[in-house]
Design a protein around this ligand. Sequence first.
Ligand code: NAD
Length: 459
Amino acid sequence: MNLNNSIEDLVSAQRRFFKSGTTRDIHYRVTQLKKLRSALIAKEAEVIQALRTDLNKSEQESFTTEIGIVYKELSYVIRNIHQWAKPRKVKTALTHIGSRGRILPEPYGTVLIIAPWNYPWQLAISPLIGAMAAGNTAVIKPSELTPAVSAVISALIKDTFPESYAAVVEGGPDTSTCLLQQPVDYIFFTGSTRIGKIVMQAASQHLTPVTLELGGKSPCIVHRDASLKLTAKRIVFGKFTNAGQTCVAPDYLLVHESVKEPLLQYMKEAITEFYGESPLKNPDYGRIVSEKHFLRLSHFLDNGSVRHGGNYDESNLLIEPTLLDDITWDMPVMEDEIFGPIFPILTYNDLNEVIATVNARPKPLALYLFTNDAGVQKQIMSEISFGGGCINDTLMHLATPYLPFGGVGASGMGAYHGKHSFDTFSHMKSILHQTNKFDFSFRYPGKDGLKLLRKLMKP
Ligand code: NAD
């Protein structure tokens, strides 16, 4: 059977299973989520090994950024699902007296999840949790660039669920294209802005709703009053985790001219503290995912001047944590999202310049601001549009189930995590339950109700 036919059969089987109504039962969902949890726990060692194989992630990094975060999401969802799935009461308008308004969250049906390679575990499993919690069936397409993790996910799902409920289809762009031709009920895509456009175009054929979790150049702004030593540590953590291959990594630094040198010094110290004197020899330092990405990144090392790092090991696809100075916006490193351990440094004197610079470009996925000045915090948060971010930290906004995580504009649409995942994968069906005990005649044609209506509906 060719790929097209087998994918068609799979999606049809899932649609049939969804129509059986089994997944609408909340107890069924909880049981499946608990099964998923047991399977994840049982496979943990294999996941750690696979992440080591694909990206040389250390156990510590794998646990904090891929495994632990998924456990947390799963237990949070299991704890709260009953509450979220209940009909949600709304107020009754004066014009609707006697009736009751309810919102009924209902599953869409069959969900397609397309995942990237940089957090190949978390970014496949976390949307799956939301899709299952909301009562959908799911087809997952992991990234072909992380084959070891893709194989673990495939085996785990196959061993845990019937294919008609949850299934993995492994493969690259051809497989993705084929999946995107299917009449699924929701598409959740995580990846680049370029492919996000292809996904949205494909979704338009069936008018399938989408969430697009994309990327972009996320600025990191350090104001003159920032607590520099702590700032440096938190930036280095955010920038060089997973060798910079993080969608919400600070892409470039905008630092107030007056504190640039001390901040640089603290950043160098933090890099040495985290990765040692020779990061290329550190067995726990992340590698670049592919030769193609390595070559793309290595060209950036010629931009401006290297203030720290700059060495690489081509045979092992490693690039040192690198700080680049004397950077201007016309350099290649400033064109697109860097997605690697290279950090360009730009300076400013006037905060309005910063706002104009960032606002002149596509809306970023994240923004990080380091300052203790409440006025500056307020100004940046209100005058720049971006997906989400932190004041005085990096990355941590995505690690809490209480905050919706997603982009805006070119960095994506829609959001998830915690209740926001449940809502993302649910259609909110609005129901007005009218009373038959009485009937106001003023709304009917030919009745003299206009005077009253004008009173009730006055601007
Ligand atoms: P990508 O867009 O190249 O690939 C993502 C997925 O799309 C993969 O599964 C891939 O197989 C599939 N794909 C590739 N070509 C396709 C095509 N022509 N048609 C349909 N599907 C296709 O992204 P990537 O390189 O895997 O990941 C890196 C990008 O993802 C970065 O831009 C990063 O910022 C972004 N990202 C965003 C988030 C987020 O949560 N917003 C998280 C991680 C990564």
